[in-house]
Ligand binder design. Structure first.
Ligand code: IPD
Ligand code: CA
Ligand code: CA
Length: 258
């Protein structure tokens, strides 16, 4: 069953990142001075590929480090072998493996596993969202002023226009707590679990959000782009929330006011 393979794959990746944690590993850089890639990213990816390929050798794989390994299959696995690499490299236990499964162009299943906190989030479209097997739901906070939010920032800051730092400033100047965990997949799962009332980010890749966005929706939350349209994992701008504060959060991102 595809669910078993998904579980085996996140577990295989998580086992690798646990083995490398707090050891001396090789680090290389991508665009942006602190955009790191460690041996653990590559080895986790290898382990995940092995698990999926053993059962489904013809499925399409889209993964952060290897890129797209295209096939004609209607099944596409969207993989972040280590989300939160900067945290990982600094020994901060907020990092995870994230895998979403797209079937005929729609994400239908997803899992996000942070082995350092022993938290495994799972969802299947139409069946709810779960943390370690227990059903989870978004918060019922109705006011942005009383919310606890999260965001993330790109490794290379966009030069033009009002950007993530201005939005962040608008919120913190009103006294609203905005956390920056450093793992988009975990941010989304924490919205789903009701820990955060909302999370937004300007620039993400499909592997950051494929699993997490479905987990938020299935926990009763809302995920859109910055115009309020249904979120597309291949486009920029993600707003997620418990649904109740969504319109106000969109106003903050677009007008720096609410
Ligand atoms: C990053 C993290 C971070 C987010 C960045 C992502 P990586 O992924 O999810 O929280 O702010 O936009 O690129 O590089 O750790 O896999
Ligand atoms: Ca990532
Ligand atoms: Ca990554």
């Amino acid at each position: 069953m595809v669910k078993d393979t998904l579980m085996d794959a996140v577990e295989a990746g998580a086992k690798v990142i646990q083995q490398y944690y707090h050891t001396r590993f090789r680090i290389t850089h991508k665009e942006g001075i602190n955009n790191l890639v460690t041996e653990a990213d590559h080895e986790s990816e290898k382990a995940i590929f092995e698990v999926i390929r053993k059962t489904y050798p013809d499925h399409y794989l889209l993964s952060e480090e290897k890129g797209a390994v295209k096939t004609e299959s209607k099944y596409k696995w969207i993989i972040d072998p280590l989300d939160g690499t900067v945290n990982f490299a600094h020994g901060i236990p907020i990092c995870c493996v994230s895998i979403g499964l797209e079937i005929e162009g729609r994400v239908q299943m997803g899992a996000v596993y942070n082995p350092f906190m022993n938290e495994l989030f799972f969802t299947e479209k139409g069946k709810g969202a779960f943390l370690n097997g227990e059903k989870i739901a978004v918060s019922n906070q109705q006011e942005v002023m009383r919310s606890c939010l999260a965001t993330g920032f790109p490794y290379v800051y966009p030069e033009a226009g009002k950007g993530p730092a201005d939005t962040f400033g608008a919120l913190v100047k009103k006294g609203i707590p905005v956390r920056r965990l450093g793992s988009a997949a975990i941010d989304l799962c924490w919205v789903a679990a009701g820990r955060f009332d909302g999370y937004y980010e300007y620039s993400l890749n499909p592997w950051d959000s494929a699993a997490g966005a479905l987990i938020v929706n299935e926990a009763g939350g809302k995920v859109t782009d910055f115009e309020g349209k249904d979120y597309n994992i291949y486009e920029n701008g993600l707003m997620s929330s418990n649904g109740l504060i969504h319109d106000d959060l969109l106003k903050v991102v677009n007008e720096h006011e609410f």
